[in-house]
Ligand binder design. Structure first.
Ligand SMILES: *[C@@H]1O[C@H](CO)[C@@H](O)[C@H](O)[C@H]1NC(C)=O
Ligand SMILES: *[C@@H]1O[C@H](CO)[C@@H](O)[C@H](O)[C@H]1NC(C)=O
Ligand SMILES: *[C@@H]1O[C@H](CO)[C@@H](O)[C@H](O)[C@H]1NC(C)=O
Ligand SMILES: *[C@@H]1O[C@H](CO)[C@@H](O)[C@H](O)[C@H]1NC(C)=O
Length: 420
């Protein structure tokens, strides 16, 4: 029971740190920044800001923001705004106490991986006459800083500070960089470059690529398993799937919304996928530990590894494991509820569904002694017991807290039997 308390405490702490502040709510009290706030929401930078601590957001009044927003696609605006989120806490006092009168601060743009050199940093300089200037750290040496500090907007020491500045900070080349457009993006080329050739060829041959391309204009997030992921020993033989099942599996690897990393980090409810329909839930839950995001299917888990593309409204991530929906790959002894539509020569109920045949264990069977573990798995003892237990209970449960609590109970129950 103690373990459950520790676990629930840890879970609630995780939730608290993930939502220490809400930038949308903070700015909603200031109509003069409504446009800036609106673009934070559209670019989903709000989630990125809310999931971090020790930040300074440099907001632009509506007139300055509308000048920046005009004529630029959302992906460019996103990059420009990420340069206005400093990964350090500055209030008026600290601005005027900068040692030597000048410093560089890294920004959210630096974390995108597309920011060579000093492009992702901002130069803050205490100017003569009490003014503080802000400019791109990548600007030519000696060039004037384009923006100046105007006033404090909101401070929650030392989690988030919101300061108003006069003008946008523009890094060289930022506004003129070619913006990848979802409609003419070559998915195959992007996926192959990201190390996901198997996934790329599966979506092309199954026709799911067309589904992705159609969805990409309105908002699409793809979780592409790496080529290594398809070679993992626990991945069922995909050739045994019907075409309809393969389509469901591949659609399960995408969300019908633009959900960049910061949005995933703060997602609480289960997320619907392109495979979600009346016949099955096909949803994904997210767990976050620090900067690591893990997707949970209820059948397996997969780490979100890299961002291949983040260009609103399209986001492509690579993931470490193939996402196996419990609707297709049931671990329970009962026949899988999903494949009613799949053509099967056998009468319904007379044979186990193909997916159930993959089930390595069931809840009712006692855990096998380590020496009899198949496949020569080197692990033995508690680790082995825990894993099979978690996989089994995950097959029928979706709420992560329930799942974890139950998993702890069943794992410790089995362990105590095993150790006695
Ligand atoms: C600041 O953030 C920490 C860690 O996320 C949190 O525990 C604390 O409550 C926050 N402080 C305020 C005043 O919101
Ligand atoms: C933040 O605040 C806005 C506006 O008050 C609200 O709509 C939104 O749901 C909040 N977000 C979170 C993550 O609580
Ligand atoms: C910031 O910019 C000013 C003006 O270009 C320059 O003099 C100063 O050295 C820069 N500061 C840093 C830390 O690079
Ligand atoms: C997309 O990229 C792939 C792989 O680089 C290439 O074979 C294919 O011809 C490209 N398709 C289009 C329409 O450009």
């Amino acid at each position: 029971m103690g373990a459950i308390h520790v676990l629930l405490l840890a879970l609630s702490l995780t939730t608290l740190t993930a939502t220490a502040h809400n930038i949308t709510e903070i700015l909603s009290h200031f109509p003069e920044y409504s446009l800036f706030n609106n673009y934070l929401t559209q670019t989903k930078l709000d989630g990125e800001i809310n999931s971090r601590d020790t930040l300074t957001v440099l907001v632009l009044p509506n007139a300055a923001m509308s000048a920046l927003a005009a004529k630029h696609p959302l992906s460019v605006i996103k990059n420009a705004l990420s340069l206005h989120v400093l990964l350090d806490y500055f209030d008026a006092k600290k601005l005027h106490q900068i040692s030597d009168g000048t410093t560089l601060s890294t920004t959210l743009y630096q974390t995108t991986g597309n920011a060579p050199g000093q492009i992702g940093s901002v130069n803050i300089t205490d100017l003569k006459g009490g003014k503080v200037g802000f400019g791109s750290a990548a600007a030519a040496p000696g060039s004037a800083l384009e923006a100046t500090y105007t006033k404090e907007v909101k401070q929650i020491p030392y989690n988030i500070s919101v300061l108003e500045i006069s003008q946008p900070i523009i890094a060289p080349g930022l506004l003129t960089a070619p913006a990848p457009s979802a409609s003419d993006m070559n998915f195959t080329a992007v996926l192959e470059k990201a190390g996901c050739k198997t996934f790329a060829s599966l979506i092309a041959s199954s026709g799911v690529l067309k589904v992705y391309q159609t969805a990409a204009d309105k908002g699409l997030t793809v979780f592409a398993p790496s080529d290594e992921a398809f070679k993992a020993p626990d991945v069922p033989d995909l050739k045994k799937l019907t075409n309809a099942e393969l389509v469901s599996l591949l659609q399960y690897h995408a969300l019908a919304s633009y959900s960049p990393f910061g949005t995933l980090k703060t997602a609480k409810a289960p997320m619907s996928t392109l495979a979600t329909n009346g016949a099955g839930k096909y949803d994904l839950t997210v767990s976050t530990a620090g900067d690591q995001v893990t997707l949970q299917t209820g059948r397996d888990t997969s780490r979100v590894a890299t961002t291949a593309i983040d260009a609103p409204p399209l986001c492509i991530f690579t993931v470490d494991s193939v996402l196996l929906p419990p609707e297709l790959f049931s671990l329970s002894p009962a026949p899988a509820p999903g494949p009613v539509t799949s053509p099967s020569p056998a009468p319904v109920g007379s044979a186990p569904a193909p997916a159930s045949a993959e089930a390595p264990s069931s809840l009712s069977s006692p855990p096998a002694p380590p020496t009899e573990t198949p496949e020569g798995a080197p692990a033995e003892g508690p680790g082995q017991v825990e894993k099979s237990t978690s996989d089994t209970s995950a097959g029928s449960l979706n709420a992560p807290a329930m799942f974890k609590a139950l998993f702890t109970v069943s794992a410790s129950a089995i362990l105590s039997v095993y150790l006695s």
